[in-house]
Design a binder for this molecule. Structure first.
Ligand code: NI
Length: 181
């Protein structure tokens, strides 16, 4: 059942853990991917990583351009960043595990990612200067215990975490974002 209650909120050790590679694509993995896609669409996110639903395996779902009637999901098993280059770009990012805040993160603008799909085929994704390029890096970070606030310097991170606590106390739920600063 898709529910925003499935989403693991920061701070939580599961969001700081190196996730295990998936050895075999089983029915459990397929249904996990399905549940993650449901959660992502239910919360209107553009990506979700397995640790965000409490499963410490290297699985990511992404859909950066869906509408109510048309979906374009990608499921990435054991994704790896092969290339990350191009000019650094700073953009405001949100995260379903950090409802109510936006964090400005600087990342390379061009990436090439390799991952298996659910059929076990090795796929290659290339993205440049778009939401997909950011989303790939943000979600793959999650598989290595890295969240968007970890890209901030210590003082800025402390301020953001304080802002996040206030947003949570004010009732922010997964999918809520603050307007980009
Ligand atoms: Ni995230």
């Amino acid at each position: 059942m898709a529910s925003i209650d499935d989403i693991v909120l920061a701070p939580d050790d599961r969001l700081k853990t190196e996730c295990a590679p998936i050895e075999e694509i089983t029915d459990d993995i397929r249904s996990l991917a399905e549940r993650m896609l449901e959660d992502m669409y239910a919360t209107e996110g553009c990506g979700l990583a397995a640790p965000q639903v409490g499963e410490l395996v290297q699985l990511v779902v992404i859909d950066v351009d869906y509408t109510k009637t048309k979906k374009n999901p990608y499921v990435l098993v054991n994704p790896r960043i092969i290339v990350a280059d191009g000019e650094e770009r700073e953009t405001g990012e949100g995260c379903l595990s950090f409802p109510g805040i936006t964090v400005r993160v600087s990342r390379p603008s061009h990436v090439v990612v390799e991952a298996r799909n659910l059929d076990g085929d090795l796929m290659r994704y290339e993205a440049s200067d778009n939401l997909m390029a950011i989303c790939l890096q943000h979600e793959i970070d999650h598989l290595h215990g890295i969240t968007m606030v970890d890209h901030l310097k210590p003082l800025a991170r402390m301020r953001k975490m304080h802002e996040f606590e206030e947003a949570l106390a004010a009732g922010a739920r997964p999918g809520d974002v603050e307007a980009d600063e």
